[in-house]
Design a protein around this ligand. Structure first.
Ligand SMILES: Nc1ncnc2c1ncn2[C@@H]1O[C@H](COP(=O)(O)OP(=O)(O)OP(=O)(O)O)[C@@H](O)[C@H]1O
Ligand SMILES: O=P(O)(O)OC[C@H]1O[C@H](OP(=O)(O)OP(=O)(O)O)[C@H](O)[C@@H]1O
Ligand SMILES: [Mg+2]
Length: 280
């Protein structure tokens, strides 16, 4: 039985469970449950603190886990990233009160508050900087105002929390994070092949839609240049002489532009449908 760690709370918890549900796995119904066995898929899910997940996977006690890339780096555990799950996207950044610090070169000897001392310590070591790392559990944006630090390093999604605290970012992001599937090493992908295929199917289904339209046969080449599909578009004859029906997958983010261009070309009955799941 495959044993998989997933976040029990926090930002990544609900979307991780939803993605597994979309991939056909059973998930807990009570948010307090810490284990859920999915007998029919031969998988057991363990609900753990996201910060601890890399530890369980790195030690080999659990086969796989879903966590944030920043949390994996913070743990220092040499587990392997098997798949980017495309949710929980955030940057990890430096920030200080406006008008105080402007560059990473000024960090020497300063006090840096963070809930990610592993990420910060690694950056400082790589850049040969010496600073005091003040380890906090959360609400790090308050640390400067309250006098325990000169700057912070924290997760930034919309930037609203920083703005409210009167902080501005400094320099480039320390890292880009998102939710990832991890294993002890790259070989963990072998026994997880079915899970990986299913999750990949969900990722594709979320980022593509199915587009169908009717177009005059003499415009088919121009139309299919706009909708080349993954392998090749499906073209079927229509009862109406000189017209064909076309079906192709297109990127969800492009679909409105493509529909406009198809309409301008003369295509009609342009329909978009969501893809519930797929195997490509
Ligand atoms: N707006 C956000 N706030 C916090 N973490 C976020 C956000 N967006 C994405 N993440 C990612 O979620 C993970 C942190 O999740 P975690 O559950 O530890 O913290 P949390 O969501 O802030 O919950 P809590 O504050 O209850 O501990 C990291 O990988 C982080 O990059
Ligand atoms: O850029 P934003 O969209 O404002 O999001 C980022 C903020 O959200 C999270 O805080 P959370 O509410 O999880 O509290 P915490 O600091 O106690 O973890 C994170 O730690 C940042 O503070
Ligand atoms: Mg938080």
């Amino acid at each position: 039985m495959l044993r998989i760690a997933i976040p029990n709370k926090g930002t990544l918890s609900a979307p991780a469970s939803q993605m597994l549900r979309d991939a056909g796995y059973r998930q807990r119904t009570d948010p307090k449950d810490l284990i859920c066995r999915d007998e029919s898929n031969n998988v057991e899910f363990f609900y753990l603190r996201p910060k601890d997940i890399a530890t369980y996977v790195g030690s080999g006690d659990l086969d796989l886990g879903i966590t944030g890339r920043d949390l994996l780096v913070d743990s220092g555990v040499p587990a392997a990233e098997l798949l980017d799950l495309n949710f929980g996207r955030a940057t990890f950044r430096w920030a200080a009160p406006a008008g105080t610090l402007t560059s990473v070169d000024e960090f020497g000897g300063r006090r840096i508050a963070t809930a990610y001392p592993g990420v910060v310590g690694r950056y400082l070591a790589e850049h040969e900087l010496t600073a005091d790392v003040v380890r906090l559990d959360g609400a790090v944006e308050n640390a400067v105002r309250l006098g325990v630090a000169d700057l912070i390093a924290d997760v930034v999604e919309t930037g609203a929390t920083l703005r409210q605290a009167g902080l501005v970012t400094i320099g480039d992001p320390i890292m880009q994070s998102s939710a990832i599937l991890i294993g002890r090493d790259a070989e963990a992908a072998g026994p997880a092949a079915q899970l990986l295929r299913r999750l990949h199917g969900v990722l594709v289904a979320r980022s593509f839609v199915m587009l169908a339209y009717d177009v005059r046969a003499d415009l088919l080449d121009q139309a299919t240049a706009l909708t080349p599909g993954i392998e090749s578009p499906t073209v079927s004859p229509l009862h109406r002489e000189g017209w064909v029906a076309v079906q192709a997958m297109v990127q969800r983010s492009d679909v409105h532009r493509i529909m406009d261009e198809l309409y301008d070309l003369g295509a009609r009955a342009i329909l978009v449908t969501a893809i519930a799941n797929c195997r490509l």
